[in-house]
Design a protein around this ligand. Structure first.
Ligand SMILES: [Zn+2]
Length: 332
């Protein structure tokens, strides 16, 4: 690697970006020959800035700066590292813009209530599950992807919702082996968008676990919205006829009681887990409900790969997004 490129890489890493995301964003046309050309070096900086959400000042090879540093709001964040927060939000807005360009706008999320969204999902299926949420999002023109490349070296991100010109894009971060936990996260993020928590060119980043006693009002509102979307009630009262039940019995009860109320059984098990603070048993019940554990991100990104209008994207962006999503280039 030549000195100029090495210095640029170091600068990006100093700003908190991971090797993975730098590699994913690095243009495929870059070569030793390109490194010798002043215009190619400028083009490299331009491409990286656009993909990673760096300010145009970065083009001049000065200090790496992120665009939306002051505009993002972070949820459940304990460590308040401004630089890393800026990096995450800027990256999210840059990716969200790309996704929205390749997704047809149908109807803004802010025009809908939890009950309306729930009815729309139930028009085509028995329960509101992850599958149904993904269908409704893409159907309304709201792209949802799972990030396989994490932008920062440290700190896990549960999910992020991005607002651009009144539209929204959702980036999922943390994965699970069963769909219900991801359905909860997605329903929560849809809540942030519908409830108008995100302004234009802004992002909300959810870090850490969602919990009902969160002191942040918007977090509680998004949780309540998500629960209503998933179950039909913002505060479902779940009663059990016995106090001590096994995970297997819980799974059976949820499989029996859920579908007739339009509630996916895994979701019902997690609701009970929330309500009684019995995470372990609720999680164990998921094993009985779904039987096979599978990384949920694969499904989320398979749907996304089918829904995105890849032909509306530049070759560079197709490469970058498929890198971020861990899917094969669709035109390969
Ligand atoms: Zn949130």
């Amino acid at each position: 690697m030549d000195r100029d490129t090495a210095a640029l890489r170091k600068e990006l890493k100093n700003a908190g970006l991971s090797d993975q995301v730098i590699d994913a964003a690095w243009p495929s046309w870059w070569s030793d020959d390109a490194a010798a050309s002043t215009s190619a070096r400028a083009e490299l900086r331009f491409a990286l800035s656009r993909k990673l959400g760096l300010s145009s000042r970065s083009l001049l090879g000065e200090r790496v700066e992120f665009v939306w540093e002051d505009d993002a709001r972070f949820k459940n964040l304990t460590a308040t590292d401004r630089i890393k927060r800026g990096a995450l939000a800027s990256f999210g807005v840059a990716v969200g813009r790309m996704l929205l360009k390749a997704t047809t706008e149908v109807q803004p999320l802010v025009t809908l209530s939890a009950a309306e969204l729930r009815r729309a999902v139930l028009a085509n299926r028995e329960v509101v599950d992850l599958n149904g949420l993904l269908s409704i999002c893409w159907g309304l023109g709201v792209p949802v992807i799972h990030l396989r490349v994490f932008p920062l070296r440290a700190k896990s991100m549960r999910a992020m919702v991005i607002g651009v010109d009144g539209r929204h894009a959702i980036l999922l971060g943390r994965d699970a082996s069963y769909p219900a936990p991801i359905a909860f996260t997605l329903a929560h993020e849809i809540g942030h968008a519908v409830l108008g928590h995100i302004g234009a060119d802004r992002a909300i980043v959810d870090v850490g676990d969602s919990s009902f006693d969160d002191p942040d009002l918007e977090e509680r509102e998004a949780d309540t919205f998500g629960i209503e979307l998933l179950t039909g009630s913002p505060w479902p009262i779940i009663t059990t006829n016995i106090e001590n039940f096994s995970a297997r019995a819980l799974a059976q009860a949820c499989q029996q009681a859920g579908p007739e109320r339009g509630i996916e059984p895994g979701t019902l098990a997690l609701c009970l887990g929330y309500q009684r603070q019995e995470w372990q048993r609720a999680s164990a019940a998921l094993g009985y409900i779904y039987r096979t554990a599978q990384p949920v991100w694969k499904y989320v990104n398979k749907v996304a790969a089918q829904q995105l209008n890849w032909s509306d994207m530049s070759d560079e962006n197709v490469q970058y997004l498929s890198n971020l999503m861990g899917v094969d280039r669709p035109d390969a």
